[in-house]
Design a binder for this molecule. Structure first.
Ligand SMILES: Nc1ncnc2c1ncn2[C@@H]1O[C@H](COP(=O)(O)OP(=O)(O)OP(=O)(O)O)[C@@H](O)[C@H]1O
Ligand SMILES: [Mg+2]
Length: 259
């Protein structure tokens, strides 16, 4: 099982849409995937047609079994074609908002996810922009971290903050009693990209200068209305517009992130 965290401490940069569509792509390609909605806004949950529900809180604070909390995404939400994988959501609701302060220990996410390790192939975690102890607990439980970002100054500051939090989490993970491999900073994913603007092209260069030696900078996901349309219909890109440029670009990014 591989756990991949999508994080940026700036809001509205595409964390939910990239993480849920990567999760859909993995299921479409045969994997059993859990999309862990760690954001009280519950956008990943409702975006795939699942009602809001305190699944995350029940798992982390109430020691409820996973089988009571996971919700299976209907296959037609993932793809119009038949496929052998499965997509499950650990739903959230507003109760997840202040979870950081209520966690019994920062290893709780890691410990609970271990229960899925023989069953799930991937856990994809969507996070809230507001950081805190919950982010540390999520990073501690992650094998890889991905940073979606718009190519503008504020969003890149959000990447920088998340990146330094990753460094602290790496130190904590190295100190665990049971050894786990180091957390990999897997990719920065430029989103909503408009390459014909000086701002985006310039900020992409700035990203490469600052982070290029530390983390892979993925080919940008262009700004396309398809993303918002699919979200509006509560469908993955592959169910809504499988032949679209948006779906093609996301597939390439998903393949890299999954590897
Ligand atoms: N490649 C894209 N092209 C066009 N619009 C996009 C693209 N990616 C995301 N969006 C739009 O950007 C908005 C924010 O996306 P999303 O909800 O995934 O961001 P987020 O980082 O999860 O936000 P939050 O921090 O509030 O959780 C949405 O309205 C979405 O439709
Ligand atoms: Mg979101």
């Amino acid at each position: 099982m591989k756990t991949i965290l999508f994080v940026n401490e700036k809001g509205g940069v595409g964390k939910t849409l990239t993480s849920s569509n990567v999760a859909a792509w993995l299921a479409l390609n045969g994997a059993r995937v859990v999309l862990f909605d760690a954001d009280g806004q519950a956008n990943a949950t409702t975006g795939l047609g699942i009602p809001e529900y305190p699944g995350v809180v029940n798992i982390l604070l109430r020691d409820v079994p996973w089988e009571d909390e996971l919700r299976r995404v209907r296959p037609e939400v993932v793809s119009r074609k038949s496929f052998s994988g499965e997509l499950w959501v650990l739903p959230s609701n507003v109760e997840s908002r202040d979870l950081g302060a209520r966690l019994p220990e920062h290893e709780i996410v890691l410990n609970r996810l271990q229960e899925l390790s023989a069953w799930a192939d991937y856990v994809i975690i969507d996070t809230a922009p507001s950081a805190g102890l919950f982010h540390i607990a999520l990073m501690l439980a992650s094998d890889a971290v991905v940073f979606p970002t718009i190519c503008d100054g504020d969003s890149i500051i959000g990447v920088r903050k998340a990146f330094s939090r990753l460094k602290s989490s790496t130190v904590l993970r190295a100190a665990l009693a049971v050894p786990f491999p180091p957390i990999i900073a897997k990719a920065i994913i430029p989103t909503r990209y408009e390459g014909n603007t000086g701002l985006h092209a310039g900020q992409l260069e700035a990203l490469q200068t600052e982070f290029g030696g530390k983390v892979h900078i993925a080919t940008p996901l262009d700004k396309r209305i398809t993303w918002s349309e699919a979200k509006q219909e509560s469908l993955s890109l592959f169910a809504y517009a499988p032949r679209s440029e948006a779906a093609t670009q996301l597939s390439k990014v998903a393949e890299y992130v999954a590897g």
